[in-house]
Write a protein of this length. Structure first.
Length: 313
């Protein structure tokens, strides 16, 4: 994409600094550069903001006028993505689709072969010549999801703090109540607690990490607890733990990015004759060798697929 844009700009400059008879002014070069720097997707007002920071004489009307010219000359494409307004991007031949964040307006390109298959099917079965396929998904990007979750965590923590006095001795009871409400102790909640008790943040963090009852990562939809008691250790339970780490891509005490699984260890679950044991969603699974780990995860995959098909019906 970048190479094709550079070559196109070189061809424009070779034609005596004109674009199909239109002068390639410094302002037009600036606008094209700012569009390229924005990774292709930008609305007119944001383009104006970025361009005017480098060239104060440029106006919003100038931006709109030049965007219309660029679109007519085939240099850029204009896309209306849902109710979020018009976006502009440097034109390039590869078919692509878009994710659009409803909160911040961020646009992310992605490619999916299913779109091409759909177009081919329509053309073959309906005899309809598709000249352009426009497809986008609207939702919230990960950053905006995190911001919303952090705001909820702060609000819930403040509600809990109203029940306590501002004594340092209330720290552990507060942490217990917050974890019972949120499922874990997020950083923003610990900051709220520290401010409420007028103690350093590190003191709250130190207590939260000292006691095993507290967790700093959000719980997953499914909990995986690998037993490392004496019997399970003798049956190579640590190898089972390594298998879970590799399959899930996380370490002990962590949660997968999609929050589907969280992984931890326990000292003993009282099922020594079944060693090595893994407790999956409070149900002990015996004789869990690395190959059985794959079987358990496959069962979850089938469960998710069944739920998806049920929702589609």
């Amino acid at each position: 994409m970048l190479l094709s844009w550079v070559l196109r700009m070189r061809n424009i400059r070779n034609r005596a600094d004109t674009i199909s008879g239109h002068p390639l002014t410094a302002q037009r070069q600036l606008l094209l550069r700012r569009m390229r720097d924005a990774d292709g997707h930008i609305d007119a007002k944001e383009l104006y903001r970025r361009a005017s920071s480098a060239e104060e004489s440029i106006s919003l009307a100038t931006v709109y006028r030049n965007l219309r010219l660029f679109r007519e000359l085939g240099l850029v494409e204009e896309r209306r993505l849902g109710q979020l307004g018009h976006y502009y991007e440097i034109r390039h031949p590869a078919e692509h689709q878009h994710f659009v964040c409803r909160d911040c307006g961020r646009v992310i390109e992605f490619q999916n072969p299913l779109i091409g298959e759909l177009v081919g099917k329509v053309q073959h079965e309906q005899g309809f010549q598709v000249t352009r396929a426009e497809f986008y998904l609207e939702g919230r990007c990960r950053q905006c999801q995190d911001k919303r979750e952090q705001a909820r965590n702060r609000q819930d923590t403040r509600q809990i703090l109203k029940r306590f006095g501002r004594k340092r001795g209330n720290l552990i009871p507060i942490l217990q109540k917050v974890q019972a409400r949120l499922g874990y102790l997020p950083r923003e909640a610990m900051r709220e607690i520290a401010a409420f008790l007028a103690i350093p943040d590190i003191d709250v963090y130190g207590v939260a990490t000292f006691y095993n009852q507290f967790r700093l990562n959000p719980p997953g939809r499914h909990s995986i607890r690998v037993c490392l008691g004496t019997a399970c250790h003798m049956k190579r339970g640590y190898i089972t733990l390594d298998a879970w780490k590799r399959r899930l891509g996380i370490n002990r005490g962590e949660t997968t990015p999609d929050r589907e699984f969280d992984l931890d260890t326990v000292a003993c679950v009282g099922c020594c004759t079944m060693a090595p044991v893994t407790v999956v969603d409070d149900e002990p699974e015996g004789k869990v060798e690395p190959t059985k780990v794959d079987g358990i995860l496959l069962a979850f995959d089938r469960e998710r697929e069944a739920e998806r098909q049920k929702e589609e019906r």
